[in-house]
Design a binder for this molecule. Structure first.
Ligand code: FES
Ligand SMILES: [Fe+2]
Length: 389
């Protein structure tokens, strides 16, 4: 079953028939009018000082998606995660838990390791003078120890970063002393997205991209679907009934339900279990977009490189069982092919982001206007403001 004209699109319905606890599709639930329309000033996309505030007051205090848990599968595996000017070691411990710490030597500030890998000895040694760290970031060996003031070495460990996992993703928070727990941070989004059970899904792969535009320009391209028939006319085209989307904020996060033409949402049992029949798109504030089909999930996190460039990383996951009536091999190869489709769609989105970036310095680039179909961008800006002021 495929939406008309939407090659490779996944329009199957999920097999979980339970009605939603909170209906999210339909006129009664749509919040677009409540959220409203807005304008923005161009400086929010171009001002280095705004980016510095976003980094220090927002990214530093929010939970961020770092990678899939599959990136560090075994005890002794570690990865070096580098975004936002930070370098973090994420390491799998012998008991299966994860630890994260700043990849910055406490002696004279060298990066401790330059790339991830597997560490049989469970020890990481700084390349400068050889301070050695265990995989929890504790300093366990100091060369020429008796030449140091013992007080300087007492309890010395790499600075910690809060880490947790949810739905098969690794999350970090750079404010371990004050951070609320990840479930608290996710709030009502956790129950909404938890329905999919993505921690049980298969990881199909992913990709990374560099975009020639401010990180918000890239992310905002994912917060509305009405550019689909124009921007994505060569890929997804007419598979969605974007004009009948429903919008909602979920605490600081947001979502929209976009009906898939081939699934005929009007004949679904009431109340409609939107996740079983529609394309549900989520913003995990501040910088992660999640596009959920009933059987396929696509997550993309966008980080600033500087005010004019951004870095995006994407992951594709899918249910392990084929839907009823579809043999597994066909299903599995469709899911594999979806990686290529994601790349083609992303190229279209990043092409538009680059068109916006190309005229960022124009005298005419004064700011934007956002309609009710773009209400999630309005809500997004309001949430950012709360952190920046
Ligand atoms: S800077 Fe790491 S051992 Fe000196
Ligand atoms: Fe798009």
């Amino acid at each position: 079953m495929k939406p008309s004209g939407a090659e490779d699109q996944h329009a199957v319905t999920a097999q979980n028939p339970d009605p939603p606890q909170i209906p999210r599709w339909g006129k009664d639930t749509d919040q677009s009018r409540e959220i409203g329309t807005s304008r923005s000033d161009a400086s929010i996309y171009t001002d280095p000082a705004t980016l510095a505030l976003e980094r220090d007051r927002m990214f530093r205090r929010t939970w961020l998606v770092a990678d899939r848990v599959e990136a560090v599968p075994n005890p002794g595996d570690f990865l070096v995660w580098e975004r936002l000017g930070q370098s973090v070691v994420i390491a799998r411990q012998d008991d299966g838990s994860l630890f994260a710490f700043h990849n910055v030597c406490r002696h004279r500030g060298s990066r401790i390791v330059s790339e991830g890998g597997h560490c049989e000895a469970r020890r990481l040694t700084c390349p400068f003078h050889g301070f050695t760290y265990d995989l929890e970031g504790n300093v366990v060996d100091v060369p020429e120890r008796d030449t140091f003031d013992p007080a300087h070495l007492e309890g010395l460990r790499a600075r910690g970063v809060a880490i947790d996992t949810w739905q098969g993703w690794i999350w970090l928070n750079f404010d371990p002393e004050n951070a609320e727990s990840l479930p608290e941070y996710l709030g009502s989004l956790a129950a909404e997205m938890g329905w999919y059970g993505m921690d049980e899904w298969k990881f199909y792969g992913g990709n990374t991209w560099v975009a020639e535009a401010n990180w918000k320009v890239v992310l905002e391209g994912f917060l509305e679907a009405w550019h689909t028939p124009t921007t994505h006319k060569k890929t997804v085209r007419g598979g969605f009934d974007v004009a009948r989307s429903s919008f909602a904020t979920l605490d600081r996060h947001s979502m929209m339900v976009v009906p898939i033409t081939a699934n005929d949402i009007d004949s679904a049992p009431k109340p409609v279990e939107h996740r079983a029949v529609a394309d549900c798109q989520y913003l995990v504030f501040p910088n992660t977009f999640v596009n959920m089909f009933p059987d396929l999930g696509n997550m993309i996190s966008v980080f600033p490189i500087d005010e004019n460039r951004s870095f995006a990383q994407g992951w594709v996951v899918a249910r392990r069982e084929a839907p009823e009536g579809v043999d597994y091999e066909t299903y599995d190869s469709n899911m594999r092919r979806s990686l290529g489709l994601t790349d083609r769609i992303m190229a279209e989105d990043l092409g538009i982001a680059a068109e916006i970036g190309a005229v960022r310095d124009s005298f005419a680039a004064e700011g934007n206007i956002y309609n009710s179909l773009e209400c999630r961008i309005t809500a997004f800006h309001r949430e950012i403001e709360k952190y920046l002021r």
